[in-house]
Design a protein around this ligand. Structure first.
Ligand code: MN
Length: 263
């Protein structure tokens, strides 16, 4: 199937309207520019706000690390001593800015929060050595790796991909990006999340099994990384479910906080 047929197949103009990103993800070019030479107006590129700036951080890919805190690895039924880091992706258009309402996703009755430190790359590369990895980071943010735990559990049991559990619409709430010139490279500090004012996750970045530099070294041995890639670095213990009307507030000491209401 050629590109033209592929672009038309399965994608109606109506679908594209539904998939339009929220107003917070503002386009950098006019609709007229973007529509040229395409069979329909291409979707807007995803981006995140940059703290204390009118500039935005353009997002290319969203990588996530699985099971990167020992206590969380144990609560999910695995042995933290035996595992190399492993990765999955979320779709860039599933990013949701802090302060938003997250619509309860379809097909699940077990929507879980996972508070995570997010690193935002300003440079890419392949096979990046650990001792040069931190030079590739533009800044840090705070994200929540929202998970349809029931669908993820079913996928694990059947040996299927985690896609439906991890990559649904609005699955990646994320704060503003803070430049590393302000934050430095955090190696310890509280990472926490509360639901309706009650603390649910309370860990420390010092507990990361694979620190950020090691994550970048491993990830870049599998994929060529590029400026604009985000990495959700894993969650501490205490993950759990939220219901409609719940308010999640989480943060990473020295970085930022994020507030998301489940709608
Ligand atoms: Mn996670």
């Amino acid at each position: 199937m050629g590109y033209f047929e592929g672009a038309l197949f399965g994608t109606s103009i109506q679908d594209v309207d539904i998939l339009r990103l929220p107003a917070a993800f503002s386009p950098t070019t006019s609709i007229g520019d973007r529509a040229m030479n395409h069979v329909f107006t291409p979707p807007e590129a995803s981006s995140l706000a940059v703290a204390d700036s009118d500039l935005r951080f353009p997002v290319r890919r969203v990588y996530c690390v699985g099971r990167n805190y020992a206590a969380h690895t144990r609560e999910m039924g695995h042995d933290p001593d035996r595992e190399d880091p492993f990765f999955f992706q979320k779709n860039p258009d599933s990013l949701l800015p802090g302060g938003s309402i997250l619509p309860y996703p379809p097909a699940s009755k077990d929507l879980h929060f996972e508070i995570e430190l997010v690193c935002a790359l300003g440079q890419g590369g392949a096979k990046i050595p650990t001792d040069r990895a931190l030079d590739h980071i533009w800044g840090y943010a705070v994200g929540i790796d929202m998970t349809r735990r029931d669908l993820q559990g079913e996928a694990k049991k059947l040996g299927r991909p985690w896609e439906a559990g991890k990559s649904f619409d609005h699955a990646a709430p994320c704060s503003r990006v803070h430049p590393v010139t302000r934050t430095g490279h955090p190696t310890k500090g509280r990472i926490w999340l509360e639901v309706n004012g009650k603390i649910r996750q309370d860990g420390d970045l010092g507990e990361l099994i694979w620190p950020v530099a090691g994550i970048i070294e491993r990830l870049s041995s599998l994929f060529t990384l590029a400026a604009g890639d985000l990495i959700f670095t894993g969650t501490p213990a205490g993950v759990g479910a939220v219901e409609r009307g719940d308010v999640m507030v989480g943060g990473v000491e020295g970085i930022d906080e994020i507030r998301i209401e489940v709608g």
